[in-house]
Each structure stands twice: as structure tokens, then as C-alpha cells.
Design a protein around this ligand. Structure first.
Ligand code: CMC
Length: 435
């Protein structure tokens, strides 16, 4: 008869333990009963970088990395990207269900009315040097919003918590646009309530002296699709940071700043900027084989390739590749696309990449679209952070409402010195310098 348990025999003591399996997993706390004697701490799981450790139970995003499946609240990413707006998907991620037409109107209205930034936000930005990176400006400005919204600390009050979540979702594009305009030395543009989330963002970024800036509908829709694709991705590095910082009950502004900091790294959201630098470095299609050989010889990584969870084509990359064609029909083809396609073609046939199941990820083609739309590479990760704020907040709220969660505090396996006593100063001269 099938039994949902795992029997472990400790060969040190000869004792056996029966551990329950729930949803296919064991609780590592159940290992603690496995001890050598009463004074022993018990067995822990050792898992650097969480390769095989679940830190939560979540209902938000489902990924099957082997099959290349991504779903938000059960809906396939392909259907959401094809038929929904970003704010509709944001509502779904945050609330668990798609909005009715009435709920959608009220939600869009709510987010629209929170897009304004307090005037003092401009002075935060003015303090940055002219050449500050927009992502770092965004991270610092999000954290600084915590000085404006004191009620953000009341995270257990549902109404206040939700209000600050809306503030964040609404103001991220405004802060991102201000950071971008600051880096160009252009005046800031106020939000326009008559425009959609992405049209308004594009206006705040690109409006110059024309009386009315009109975002190209194909480009605005492409940005909306890209935002949908980036909205959540379960327990990735930045979401793990959001949950970890959130578990100390810090306010959502500083939690989001921490998550955005994690996102900025080149192995995470910063990869899209690195892909463009890499394509520039390769220069021509003819140089691709030599570049690939260099990667295989250990000279760096093929940026925009590989994923901890996907061991198949990242479904988001497939949609982005299609969206790129639509964008290029308006903007003209990005000449780097040929280099990217050649990289993908060779890599997908090469034994090194095939054996390691390395496929293009979300960052491989997104930068090409962003560049064609007129963004500088420094803005690419900022464009990732705006929609991911929705996922961070949904995951943060799920954590707060989960009675099993506590302050995140991993254990360690101590491998340093055993107890030793302080030598006199004169005796320290020849002490080995340890790290
Ligand atoms: N180019 C060349 N080799 C690679 C790459 C790559 N992009 N990615 C992984 N490998 C190799 C790696 O060297 C290792 O080889 P070996 O077994 O011989 O040591 C093997 O593949 C397994 O890789 P890993 O480092 O154990 O995989 P990981 O799950 O720890 O890392 C990753 C995942 C995304 C950090 C990594 O694939 C990578 O650095 N990719 C390039 C950066 C990138 O595109 N990041 C964006 C990720 S998707 C969006 C996001 O999260 O923001």
C-alpha cells in the first residue's frame, strides 16, 4: 500500500525515522529529530543558493522548468500576454482572480490617481550626479518614499497595506521616468490621467516640447506585453529578498528597494543590459563562432542564456521574440538582431549548451526591443523593475498573511576555528592571517 512517508535510517546509530511527505516534500525541521545523542543539535539540510529548498507555499505563479510552462494564478502566460492589459494581469496576480469589467475600471482608476510623485521626490533626484545609473537612482528613490508615507509601517492594517501597494505600483513608472529624465538633463513630465499605464509612462519619458506626445500604439502595446511577461516569476533572487526583508516586518518601500537592488545584478535583471554590451562586443555575425568558443573556454558567460528553473526554452523569450518583429515593423530592424539570432542558432546546436540545457531566457531579446524603442541600455533593468513590483508585492503580502512564516533566518554549517584564547599582542606577529 502506498504510504506518504520517507523512512530514513541513520547508519551512525542504526535508528530509523519515518518522515511525512506532504505535496511531495519533506519538512527539513523533521530531520532535526535525527540525533547522535540527546545533546546533538540534529541533522539540518545544507543547501547553498537554495537549489533544492522551498521557502514558502505559494498560490501565485507556477513554473514547470522542464516543459517551459509559466502560469500566473493558473492562467498561461501566452494567453495573458495576448489578451490582457498589464494592469489587468497585475490585478490577477494581487487578488487571485481576473477583474470583472467594473472591478477593472475601479482598479485602473485607482492606480491612475496615484501616479503623481510628491514634489520633494524631485529634490531626491536632484541630489544625484548627472551620470548616475538610473537603476541605482530608482532603488534609492523607492527607499526614500518611505520618508514620505509614514503609514507604510502599518503593514498589518489591510487598507493601509493595500494603499501603499497601489502607491508603489502607480509611482514606479513615474520615478523611473524622472530618473531617466534626470540622466538626460531634461525637465520632468507630470503624469497624464487620460493615458493608460504604459502610454503615460512613455509620455513621461519621451515628451519634449510638442503640445501632446502620442505613444505609438504598437510600441505601447509591446511595452504592456513586456510588463506582463516580467510581472512575477515565483521565488527568484529579488523575490526571495522581498520576502526575506519583509519577514522582519519592514515597510513595503524599503522592501521593494531591497528587492530592486537584488534585481540590478548582472546574473538577474541586470542581464538584459549585459546582453546589449555583449552584442556590441561581438560586433558582427561572423564573429559569433569565435565568441562562443571563448565562452566554452571559460571566458565569461553567454548573457541572456541559462536559467535556474527553465531547462527548456523560456516561454517569455518566445513571446518576446514575436513581439520584437512587431516593434521592428515600426522602428526598423535592430541590426543586432542578426547577431542575437546567430548566437541562438549556434548555441542551440552546440554540445556545451545542449548538455547543460542552456536556452535563451527573458533577457536575451528584451534589450533589443527596448533599444529599438529608444531606451538606453542603462534603462533596461529599470523597465524590468516596474512590472516586477507587482510580483514582489503579491509575494510580500502572501508572506504576511501566511501563519507559517516567521523572520527569515537561515542556519549555517560552521567550519571556522574551534575555541581558542586571545594571545598577547607581541605573540600575534606570526599569527597566520585568516579570512
Ligand atoms: N553561459 C555559459 N555557461 C553557462 C551559462 C551561460 N549563460 N549559464 C550556465 N552556464 C553553465 C555553468 O557554467 C555550469 O557549467 P558547469 O556545469 O560546467 O560548471 C552549468 O551551465 C550550470 O550553470 P549554473 O551556474 O549552475 O546555473 P545556475 O542555476 O546557478 O545559474 C544563471 C543560472 C541564470 C545565473 C546562469 O545561467 C547565468 O549566469 N546566466 C547568464 C546571466 C543571465 O542571463 N541571467 C538572467 C537570468 S533570467 C532573468 C532573471 O532572473 O532576471
Amino acid at each position: 500500500m502506498e504510504k506518504n512517508t520517507l523512512t530514513i535510517t541513520d547508519n551512525r546509530t542504526g535508528k530509523s525515522y519515518e518522515i511525512p511527505i506532504t505535496d511531495g516534500n519533506i519538512r527539513t525541521m523533521d530531520l532535526r529529530q535525527i540525533k547522535l545523542n540527546a545533546d546533538d543539535f540534529g541533522v539540518m539540510g545544507y543547501d547553498p543558493a537554495f537549489l533544492n529548498t522551498a521557502s514558502c507555499r505559494s498560490k501565485i505563479t507556477y513554473i514547470d522548468g522542464d516543459k517551459g510552462i509559466l502560469q500566473y494564478r493558473g492562467y498561461p502566460i501566452e494567453e495573458l500576454a495576448e489578451r490582457c492589459s498589464f494592469l489587468e494581469v497585475a490585478y490577477l496576480i494581487l487578488n487571485g482572480e481576473l477583474p470583472t469589467p467594473k472591478e477593472l475600471d475601479a482598479w485602473v482608476d485607482l492606480v491612475t490617481h496615484h501616479r503623481m510623485l510628491h514634489e520633494t521626490t524631485k529634490s531626491f533626484l536632484e541630489g544625484f550626479r548627472y551620470d548616475a545609473h538610473p537603476m541605482t537612482m530608482l532603488i534609492s528613490t523607492v527607499a526614500a518614499l518611505s520618508t514620505v508615507y509614514h503609514d507604510a509601517r502599518h503593514i498589518h492594517d489591510t487598507e493601509t497595506r493595500r494603499l501603499n501597494m497601489v502607491r508603489l505600483i502607480a509611482k514606479m513608472p513615474s520615478m523611473a521616468a524622472y530618473a531617466y529624465r534626470h540622466s538626460l538633463g531634461f525637465p520632468y513630465i507630470y503624469p497624464d490621467d487620460l493615458l493608460t499605464y504604459t502610454e503615460n509612462f512613455m509620455t513621461m519619458l519621451f515628451k519634449m516640447v510638442e503640445p501632446k506626445y502620442v505613444a505609438h500604439p504598437v510600441l505601447a502595446r509591446a511595452l504592456d506585453i513586456l510588463f506582463i511577461l516580467h510581472a512575477d516569476h515565483e521565488q527568484n533572487c529579488s523575490t526571495n529578498v522581498m520576502r526575506s526583508v519583509g519577514s522582519s516586518l519592514a515597510d513595503p518601500f524599503v522592501c521593494t528597494a531591497a528587492a530592486a537592488s537584488a534585481l540590478s545584478g548582472p546574473l538577474h535583471g541586470g542581464a538584459n543590459e549585459e546582453v546589449l554590451k555583449m552584442l556590441d562586443e561581438i560586433g558582427t555575425k561572423a564573429s559569433v563562432p569565435a565568441f562562443i568558443e571563448g565562452i566554452k573556454a571559460g571566458k565569461g558567460k553567454l548573457m541572456g542564456f541559462g536559467h535556474r528553473v527553465y531547462k527548456n526554452y523560456d516561454p517569455r523569450a518566445r513571446i518576446i521574440k514575436r513581439t520584437a518583429e512587431e516593434v521592428f515593423s515600426v522602428t526598423g530592424r535592430n541590426p543586432k538582431l542578426d547577431i542575437a539570432l546567430e548566437l541562438e542558432r549556434i548555441a542551440l546546436e552546440d554540445e556545451y549548451f545542449v548538455k547543460r540545457k542552456l536556452y535563451p531566457n527573458v533577457d536575451f531579446y528584451s534589450g533589443l526591443i527596448y533599444q529599438a524603442m529608444g531606451f538606453k541600455p542603462e534603462m533596461f533593468t529599470v523597465l524590468f523593475a516596474i512590472p516586477r513590483t507587482v510580483g514582489w508585492l503579491a509575494q510580500w503580502e502572501e508572506l504576511l498573511l501566511d501563519s507559517e512564516q516567521k523572520i527569515a533566518r537561515p542556519r549555517q554549517v560552521f567550519v571556522g576555528h574551534a575555541l581558542r584564547h586571545l594571545p598577547e599582542v607581541k605573540e600575534r606577529e606570526h599569527a597566520p592571517v585568516g579570512r
